[in-house]
Design a protein around this ligand. Structure first.
Ligand SMILES: Nc1ncnc2c1ncn2[C@@H]1O[C@H](COP(=O)(O)OP(=O)(O)OP(=O)(O)O)[C@@H](O)[C@H]1O
Ligand SMILES: [Mg+2]
Length: 280
């Protein structure tokens, strides 16, 4: 069941006139007897941050991996710019401009920042690595993203802090001209100031017109950066809509029960949800 908190009648009704870059329509995914996703609809607009939340095992990573071409949906359709998109492999996702930053980051500690940013996509000149070009571009991308705490882009990634590593992984995605950047728990292992840096980076990406989808268990982070929230509960999309239609209490309730108890709440989240029903 979908609790449509914004009172929006259709999945493409944002109430803010933004089209969607990526749309999931009726996506299901099962692993043997486990139904990880069931009939999931979601729209991800460009230039906005969409936070995907849900309890452990709700299906968040499965959803991300389906969009990233790691899993094939058992049913349903993925639309890219409104047209059916056949995303069968990570390469297909990459070709469309979908860049996923997984929690383990997949960076090579022994390589420097430039080498990591170009890993697998090195610039060549006369058949040799064009170190100059790569270094100039890497420096530019990092400075565009206001990543200023790194001392040298020639230092090994293994010597960076968690937040800096996250920044390199995001910069790598940006350099590949990603249109959709997906981040799975980007701040889970970070301290306060590093978390703030990564949240800034997320906001910067969206302000440059990139669609950002971020998985987080930290609702403070979610409310700090998200324009939209999507709540998965046991593989079902329990609710999705503009962040202004939610508060912490309503999101917690959706995460834990998959629904909002309108009757129980005469103040706070439930009441707020009921009040917004006329919108749309
Ligand atoms: N490769 C797999 N094989 C079998 N079952 C899987 C596989 N991947 C995920 N599942 C199952 O699918 C469900 C959703 O898992 P998923 O990893 O998507 O959850 P999640 O929302 O990312 O949770 P968490 O917050 O703990 O990361 C779980 O029941 C999980 O056991
Ligand atoms: Mg997960």
């Amino acid at each position: 069941m979908v609790t449509d908190i914004a009172g929006s009648s259709s999945p493409t009704d944002y109430g803010d006139d933004v089209g969607s870059l990526l749309s999931l329509r009726g996506i299901s995914k099962s692993f043997g007897a486990v139904q990880a996703l069931e009939d999931v609809n979601l729209d991800i607009p460009a230039g906005k941050v969409t936070a995907l939340v849900g309890d452990n095992g709700a299906g968040k990573s499965t959803l991300i991996k389906t969009v990233s071409g790691i899993w094939q949906p058992s049913a349903g359709e993925i639309l890219w710019n409104g047209k059916p998109a056949d995303i069968r492999t990570p390469r297909d996702a990459d070709a469309r401009g979908i860049a996923t930053v997984y929690q383990d980051l997949a960076l090579c500690d022994n390589l420097d920042i430039v080498q990591n940013m170009y890993l697998g996509h090195e610039e060549l000149r006369w058949g040799l690595l064009d170190e100059n070009k790569m270094e100039i571009t890497a420096r530019q991308v990092l400075s565009d993203l206001s990543v200023t705490t790194v001392q040298s882009i020639r230092q090994p990634v293994g010597s960076l802090s968690g937040g800096q590593r996250q920044a390199v992984a995001v910069a790598r995605a940006v350099m590949r001209e990603a249109k959709l950047v997906i981040l799975d728990e980007p701040t889970a292992a970070l301290g306060v100031s590093q978390t703030a840096q990564v949240l800034d980076l997320i906001t910067t990406l969206a302000s440059r017109g990139i669609a950002v989808m971020v998985v987080s268990h930290n609702l403070n982070d979610v409310f700090a950066v998200a324009d939209r929230i999507a709540v998965l509960h046991l593989g079902h999309m329990a609710s999705s809509g503009p962040v202004t239609d939610y508060d912490t209490q309503s999101v917690v309730e959706l995460i834990t029960t998959g629904t909002l108890n309108h009757l129980a709440a005469n103040s706070g989240a439930g009441a707020k949800a009921a009040d917004t029903d006329s919108k749309g």
